[in-house]
Each structure stands twice: as C-alpha cells, then as structure tokens.
Design a binder for this molecule. Sequence first.
Ligand code: HEM
Length: 463
Amino acid sequence: MEHQELPTPPVLSGAKPGLGHLIEFGRNRAGLLLRGLEEQGRIFTVKLGPQNVAVLIGPEYHRTFFMETDKSLNIGTPYKFLRASFGEVFFMAGHDEYVRQKPFVTQAFRREKMVRYIEVMDREVQKWLDTLGDAGEFEIVGTMSRLAQEVAGHALMGERFQEEAGREFWDLYQDLTQGLDPILPPNLPLPKFWRRDRARARMLAILQPILDERRAHPDDYDDFLQDFVNSRYTDTQESIEDDVLLNLMLGLMFAGHETTAGQAAWNVILLLQHPEYLQRVLAEIEAFAPYGEPVTGKTLHALTHLGYAVTETERLRPSADMLLRDVDEAIDIGGYHIPAGWKVQVAGEVAHRLPDVFAEPDFYDPLRYAPGREEDKSDRFALIGFGGGVHKCTGMNFANNEISVITTLLLQQFDLELVTQRPDVARGTGANRPTPTIIRYLRKPQLEKEKVAAPAAAGCPVH
Ligand code: HEM
C-alpha cells in the first residue's frame, strides 16, 4: 500500500480546540496515555496544541522508535530545550558531533571502570549511613538526591570534587534544572531563565580551574574526569575542547543523579511495601554482603534477588517515563502513516504494564525475572526504562549498581519502616520520583543478627 493510503493514527477523544490535550497532559500525562491505550489501542494521536504526537505502546512499536532514531526519527530536536542549560553537545549538537563525542562517554563507562565506581559508591553510601545515629527518621527522596550528587561528584569529577566545588555547585543545579522548559523559547526575559543562565555561568567557573589543573598535571590523576581530559577525537587526534568537555560533564552529572535518585528511592520503598520479598533480599544480603566488608561488583552479582527488585523498580516506576522523537521523514507503522513534522512518543510507565508482555503487570513480582520466567527477555524492547538502541542509557550499569549499593548497605545495617505508607509519583520536567516519603530506622545489633529465613514469595499489588 502507498504511504498516503494509510490513515494517520486515531486522535484520542477530548481534544479541545486550539489546545488539544495540553491541559490533561499537564495534569495527568500517565492517565492520558492509559486512557488512549484503552480507547484507541497501542497507536494513537495526542494533540499538544497544534502539535500532533503519535503515541506508540508495546515492544514491536518501541523497536521502530529506537531503531529509526538517527534515521527517520530525530532525538536531538525534541531535547533542544536542554541546550540552554547544558550547552550544545552530544546528541543536542547534531548527529555528526554525537558520533564524534560518543566514544569518550562510552569508554568512561566500560566494565573495568565500574570496579572503581562501585568503590566510590560503597564509600559515599557508608559515609551517609555513618551520619544517621542509632535510630530516627529520614525523608528518602531528598536524601537520595543528595546522595546521588555526592556519588556523581566523586565518581565523575574526582575524589576532591566535593571539597573543591562544595554544596554551592549542587545548589546551582536547582536553578539549572528549574530553567528547563520544553515549551517556552529559552531566551524569554523570565526570572527562571536569568537564574538558569547565572547558575550555568557560575558552575562553569567552578569547573574551569579543576579542568586546568587536570590538563596541567595529567599524571597525578586516574579517574573518570582524567579519562575525558586525556581522550582524543578519533578522526583528528585532537583533544576535546574545554567548552565541550565542561558541557559534557555538566550534562552527565545531570543525566546521572536525579534519575538514579528517583529509582533508588522507589527501590527501597517498594521493598518495604512488600515484606515477603524483602525477606528474600535480607537473607541474601546476610549471606553475601556481611557488615564491614566492602560491597564490590562480585557482591552485587551474588545478590540476584536484589537485582530482580531493581529491574522491577525500573518496570513499575521508571524515572524517565516518556521519550520523544521528531519525525524527520514519514514512517508507516502498525497500519498507520506518521507524517514528517509529527512527534512520536513511547511511554515505559504504560507499556511496562501490558499483560501480554508482563504477567499480572500491576503486581510487584520481581521473580518474573528469575530463570524459567525471564519476562524482561521476551523482547529486547519490552523494558525501556533506560531507552533502547544506539541511544540507550550509557549510565545504566552505573545507575543499577548505585541503586543496589544503596539498598544493600541500608538494609544490611538498619531495620526500616515506612512512615509514609503510600507515596505517589511526582512528575516534573526532570525525572519522576516518589512524593516525599519518611522512613523510620533502627540500627541493627550488627554481630548478633538473626538468620532470616527466605519464605516463598507471593506477588502483591503495587498500589
Ligand atoms: C535510574 C537512572 C537512569 C535512568 C532511568 C536513565 C534513563 C535514560 C534514558 C531513558 C535514556 C534514553 C533517552 C532517549 O532515548 O530519549 C538515557 C540516555 C542517557 N543516559 Fe541515562 N538514565 C539513568 C542514569 C544515568 C546515569 C547514571 C548516567 C551517567 C552518569 C546516564 C547517562 C546517560 C547518557 C549519556 C545518555 C545518552 C546516551 C546516548 O544518547 O547515546 N544515565 N538515560
């Protein structure tokens, strides 16, 4: 069939003249997409003002979304609002620059580098736990955010970064992220944009002397930042320009901390909401992660039930709940035609609950990833919490390791109880996270821990 004979995807009901679904999208975007799925099926159109957005739900359509990226579909243009905060680097600088810069980023996350990052995670998480005292309460969302900043600062920028840059750097991130606006032109004379520009200028000024020192004494350092500083473009053999490097570091620290913090908080919350499964994780921690010994990659590898829990968190509470592309060249998909000029969107939060992909999808059941079931392996585009294809998250292992180290050390040393029983999902322009959630803790008498038996697991609804 010729392109033009196919219809465009059906428009979801409730579009208002001029505004389309903009208001409903702003108020409850997950609800809007769920409504679309129920009403129209797995491909439908949402109208955001005059913009047509084709929503694609399910692994076979995710495949087109991810495999057509950098071909018919463009990842750079929908995210161009990030440029004002993080500069014009990586995929925001266009495909050719992305291809030139990608090797620096991937080499810094190679498997052998992870050993050192896990050491950093172990040390930073333990430092935080040592401040807790024997009993008390903490709010996990803000706490995870600060902890993820400490880990990202130390692992990506070096051991002395916190001393060199201090809290000022991370406080400035607030202004940088609050200036993210996918709709308004980024140079409008608004206070939030002025604050964003001031913060960005100050952050670059904080980073520049650190970079100068690294360039002057490259042999004194062996870490993530130094790998970047030492890197050379493969085509010209020139080293990375200062502005590219600084922008990449700003972007990586952004990509790496809010998302991780959100899923780390949910991982702990979901375990506490499911005490039977928690018992399995506790038993495993007792067996393989004894108090006083550093948590290493080998330890994490042994904690299989914790690993399943981390994946279940990605499925049920993805920090990055929806991903967008601009349609540069028309595509045909699922019997529909999506013209150039449209946007396409995938939404993990909705797609991760398709019952033909994940059995009883509203139930928290990490054992769905255990041998014999392995629901995540049914299709490589079934789980998309970290994206897919060429642009799949470079920091996925880093993030999952960090979430695992946090959960392990916390559960190893404390008995925890949810004071806020049923947190909700807080959505923003950045990453999704739980609404503020208080956790009560009591330090365990370390050497007298009782053996925790692992009872049979049973799924239970998430909400
Ligand atoms: C739980 C934590 C994280 C989540 C949920 C997450 C999610 C994602 C997603 C969904 C994408 C793909 C975006 C798209 O296709 O439109 C992505 C890309 C990316 N993420 Fe993450 N991320 C996390 C942690 C991290 C960390 C810790 C880092 C680095 C320190 C990082 C660095 C990146 C980079 C560099 C890309 C772009 C890859 C490319 O375009 O080639 N992320 N992330």
